[in-house]
Design a binder for this molecule. Sequence first.
Ligand code: 13P
Ligand code: SF4
Length: 304
Amino acid sequence: MQMNEKQLRILKLKKEMDAVVLAHYYVTGDVQEVADYVGDSFYLSRVASRVQAKTIVMCGVRFMAESAKILSPEKNVLLPAADADCPMAHMVTAGQVRRVRAQHEDLAVVCYVNSTAELKGESDVCVTSANAVQIVRALPNRQIYFIPDENLGRFIAAQVPEKQFLFHQGFCPTHAFLSAEDVKAARRAHPDALLLVHPECRPEVVELANYAGSTAGILRFARESRAKTFLIGTEHGVLYDLAKENPDKCFYPLHPKQICPNMKRITLEKVIRAMESGFPSVFLEEEEIQRARRPLQRMLELSK
Ligand code: 13P
Ligand code: SF4
């Protein structure tokens, strides 16, 4: 694909300043094209823990940039839009987590990576939708307090019946508004399509899906499936990758409004500005980094 002027400027800046660009599937296609690594939140955190470059430019939301800083504190981590923040990351407080922990013995606090560094620091282990079931199953504790996303928590609980779960009422505004009615309407319009959804959708939507999993899981399923038509129940950015990887298949969004406004704050202009000015960069107190690193590293170890 022919790069435009802004994209070429970013490629030049990457070389000049020894930077790598990481992009989540939900950012726009033009930004994904300049990235060295494109993936789901688990993949991006693993890459961030291993890359050699001096600077990481995180094209995603704040919790992804914070995870990169926590796992690679010696690196300069740029988040091109300071206001690209996931609302779910703030839907539980450290005080609430401590209170629940004090009331239960043999409890593991399992924290979805879509959370602040402070919350990670209160937790026993982090997970993403790509590894949550595997990690929760492997924990020695019988009781699990899953924060902040209730829908993902219930998705995991359904697959790990041997454990008892406590949930928090966090949710993703981009996924949780979808209803079974939306699925029925989309199926009427595309009766042959398979439905692939993210587990941040409500249980009534997940139940109707042919596949539920992380964004990377959705891409894998579509790649390996013999079906030709799919309804996609996650953020629209993934449609760019699905179409690019599967030119012979058709992908329709389950709903026209599944757009994460925070992911869309990352633009080529902002990436250039951040790389030229070195701002906004992620700053976390040393103690916060130390506390949050343990559960993130445990996630990486348990996902091997
Ligand atoms: P993934 O872990 O699938 O990348 O999802 C991240 C996210 O923010 C989903 O809304
Ligand atoms: Fe957060 Fe939802 Fe956006 Fe993902 S799609 S970053 S969970 S608001």
